[in-house]
Design a protein around this ligand. Structure first.
Ligand code: ADE
Length: 236
């Protein structure tokens, strides 16, 4: 049976999920609190990684090494990079790449960590479950596409334009690709599920605080629905 590792960067992204966990057992590692139990009938571990790529990668590695998760979901909010994704809409990752890695002077494409793929592919089965779950929560408002990650809150129009041109991603956030890279190196399937809290442009500083909680709540509901979809498929 699948054992889910669920990572959110901020408390608002994981609190509702922790609240729904049955038989929760809490433990701490690297300053992160891991909540292990049963979610919608599936064994699961929910954890708040903290913001940014390093926190996210550490967290994903601990989930692999210490909790033996067999699938990783990164859930949370993101800034939209395209007109098709409005505030409150959902994005399921087809793949994920960095927007702040640059070794082009030594002949690597912008975004590529030498020795790694340019983009990390999400698992097809998890992607299908995430899409079905997202559609059940917010019908007609889910896209599948690329996630761009970096250690930057994107809130300037030029910054957004550069990231979009380099990555051709549909949304931007600060953890997903680090989790994807860690999952890749551990041969654990992953998917990123994000709800849009802002447009990652000059309006983002205003919109983000207004829509963060709504978007995070939507993402948590989709993550629960996804756990249910997986459990039902495995019960058959
Ligand atoms: N998470 C939500 N909105 C974001 C943005 N504009 N930039 C980076 N991460 C985000």
């Amino acid at each position: 049976m699948t054992k889910l590792g669920i990572i959110g960067a901020m408390d608002v992204e994981v609190a509702a999920l922790k609240g729904k966990m049955e038989k929760p057992v809490l433990s701490k590692r690297a300053g992160m609190e891991f909540c292990e139990g049963v979610l919608e009938g599936l064994p699961a571990v929910v954890v708040q990684s903290g913001v940014g790529k390093v926190n996210a990668a550490m967290c994903a590695q601990i989930l692999c090494d210490c909790f033996g998760v067999t699938a990783i979901i990164n859930t949370g909010v993101a800034g939209s990079l395209c007109n098709d994704l409005d505030i409150g809409d959902l994005l399921v990752s087809r793949d994920a790449m960095y927007h702040d890695v640059d070794c082009h002077f030594v002949d690597y494409p912008v975004g590529m960590v030498p020795g790694m793929p340019l983009a990390f592919e999400a698992d097809d089965t998890l992607l299908a479950y995430a899409f079905a779950a997202a559609e059940s929560v917010n019908p007609g408002h889910t896209k599948i596409g690329r996630v761009a990650s970096g250690d930057q809150f994107v809130c300037q129009t030029e910054q957004k334009a550069r990231i979009t041109a380099v990555t051709m991603a549909m949304c931007t956030e600060m953890e997903g690709t680090a989790i994807a890279q860690t999952a890749f190196r551990n041969a654990v399937p992953f998917v990123i599920l994000r709800a849009i809290s802002d447009k990652a442009d000059d309006s983002a500083q205003m919109d983000y605080p207004t829509f963060e909680a709504i978007a995070a709540d939507r993402c948590a509901r989709v993550t629960m629905a996804m756990a249910k979809c997986i459990r039902e498929a495995e019960d058959e």
